[in-house]
Design a binder for this molecule. Structure first.
Ligand code: ADP
Ligand code: MG
Length: 280
C-alpha cells in the first residue's frame, strides 16, 4: 500500500455524477466542520470550477489550470490559488481545460502537484475535502483514489439509474486500486430528486455493498435560495429541513469510521436491482 503523502488528518472525496449535488454537499460539510473549529481545505476537482462558490460569496476565483496558462508551476505561491471563505474554510479550484482540447482531469493532477510544491498539504489540515466529478473515472479524476490522496470516498447518488451507474463505476475504481491505495468507501449519501420509489432504490443500492444510506437529503428550495445569495445552506438557512440533515450528515462523517473495499456490481445485476426495488 502506498504510504501517506501528507500530514492531513482526514482526506475525504465526494464522487458522483455531474449535477447530482456533490458541491452542495461538500461546501456545506466544510461549513459545518469549520463552524466546529476544524481547519478545512476544500479542493474543487470539477472542470466547472464552481465547487467553492457557496463558501466565497458566489465568486468564481482563479483556478490552478487557468493560472498555469500564463505562469510556471514553480512561480506559484499558495496565495495565488488558495482563497479563504466562510468560517475560514480554505478553497482551491483545480479547473479544467478549454472545451474540446486536453484531458478534463488534468487540472486535478496539476493542482495536487502545485499544492504539494507550495506546502499546502504540509499545513496539516484537520480535513481536506475533494469534490470530484465521477461520470468518468479516468486519468486525473481517478488520482485521489489511485494515488491514495483520499482515505474515504462518499458517493452522492439519487434514485436515477445513471447516478447509480456512475457510483458503481467509482466502486470499480476503488476496488481495482485497493491493493496499493489506502482509499476506501465510507458511505452513500442520497440527494433526493423526487423520482418515484427513490428511497427504496437507493436503500437497495447501498445494501448491495453491505451499507446503509448515511443520509437522505430532501429536495429543498433553501438550496437554490442560498446559492442565489452566494452562501451555503449552513450559512443562510441552517434550520431548513435540508440544513438539519446536512448538519446530521457532517456529524456522521466525523464520527463513523466505515471503510470498505466495495464489491462492484456488473451492469445486469445493477439493472436487476433497480428494477426489483422500483417494483417492490
Ligand atoms: P454537482 O456538484 O454534483 O455537479 P451541484 O452541487 O452543483 O452538483 O448541484 C447541482 C444543482 O442542483 C445546483 O444548482 C444545486 O443548487 C441544485 N441542488 C442540489 N441539491 C439540491 C437539493 N437537495 N434541493 C434543491 N436543489 C438542489
Ligand atoms: Mg460541482
Amino acid at each position: 500500500m502506498t504510504p501517506r503523502k501528507n500530514p492531513v488528518s482526514r482526506q475525504i472525496a465526494f464522487y458522483g455524477k455531474g449535477g447530482i449535488g456533490k458541491s452542495m454537499v461538500a461546501a456545506n460539510l466544510s461549513a459545518v466542520l469549520a463552524g466546529r473549529g476544524r481547519s478545512v481545505l476544500q479542493v474543487g476537482c470539477d472542470p466547472k470550477a464552481d465547487s467553492c462558490k457557496a463558501l466565497l460569496g458566489g465568486r468564481k476565483v482563479a483556478n490552478v489550470l487557468e493560472l498555469l496558462k500564463t505562469r510556471s508551476a514553480d512561480s506559484l505561491a499558495a496565495k495565488d490559488f488558495l482563497h479563504e471563505g466562510f468560517a475560514g474554510v480554505h478553497c482551491i479550484e483545480a479547473g479544467g481545460p478549454e472545451p474540446g482540447i486536453g484531458c478534463a482531469g488534468r487540472g486535478i493532477i496539476l493542482a495536487i502537484d502545485v499544492m504539494t510544491k507550495t506546502g499546502v498539504y504540509a499545513r496539516g489540515y484537520d480535513y481536506v475535502i475533494y469534490d470530484v466529478l465521477g461520470d468518468v473515472v479516468c486519468g486525473g479524476f481517478a488520482v485521489p483514489i489511485r494515488e491514495g490522496y483520499a482515505d474515504r470516498v462518499y458517493l452522492v447518488v439519487s434514485g436515477e439509474f445513471l447516478s447509480l451507474y456512475a457510483a458503481n463505476n467509482i466502486m470499480k475504481a476503488i476496488h481495482r486500486h485497493a491493493q496499493r491505495s489506502a482509499t476506501r468507501l465510507a458511505g452513500i449519501v442520497a440527494n433526493l430528486t423526487g423520482a418515484p420509489r427513490e428511497r427504496p432504490i437507493v436503500t437497495a443500492f447501498a445494501a448491495a455493498y453491505g451499507l446503509e444510506v448515511l443520509e437522505f437529503l430532501p429536495r429543498d428550495p433553501a438550496v437554490q435560495d442560498s446559492e442565489n445569495h452566494g452562501m451555503s445552506v449552513i450559512e443562510r438557512h441552517p434550520d431548513s429541513p435540508i440544513g438539519k440533515r446536512l448538519a446530521a450528515l457532517a456529524r456522521k462523517i466525523e464520527t463513523r469510521t466505515t471503510a470498505i473495499v466495495p464489491k462492484p456490481l456488473d451492469d445486469s445485476s445493477l439493472n436487476a436491482l433497480v428494477l426489483r426495488a422500483a417494483r417492490s
